[in-house]
Design a protein around this ligand. Sequence first.
Ligand code: NI
Length: 171
Amino acid sequence: MAIRRIRTYPDTVLREPAEPVTNIDGKIQQLIDDMADTMYNAPGIGLTSNQVGELFRVIIFDTSPKDEPNDLTVLINPEIVEADGVIVDEEGCLSVIDYRADVKRAECVTVKGIDREGNPITLKKEGLTAIVLQHEVDHLNGILFIDRISKLKRELYKRRLKKLLKQGESS
Ligand code: NI
């Protein structure tokens, strides 16, 4: 188990679509363990494989309340098969430094995929977990939540980020 480096915007790896997993081998198991370490260490409530630079369709998430035991879900090759309703809530992302913004999503989603043992699973979720699932599936398609806000807000963030990164270089 190891903590991997989380890639951050504008790293181009975040823009590359991830490939379906065809064989859940030792390398994928290792990747999943490392992703869990990385997510809990950050800390975050969701992480995809391409956020740590590996272009596989693997997502993990844990939306259990902080005072409750961990409840990790691993989802491989996820596919949103149903989406209903509308919810607007503030999102952030481990790959988007120092920024949160309201994003419009479906309120309920049904997602199909396979677990780390290769068994098919279907998740029907609403609210926060539905938001996380849509956010993470977006990642696998090279989409970030800042693509789903207004152009003006995105441009303002880009400008601020440039300054932040410049300050980081000089300090
Ligand atoms: Ni994210």
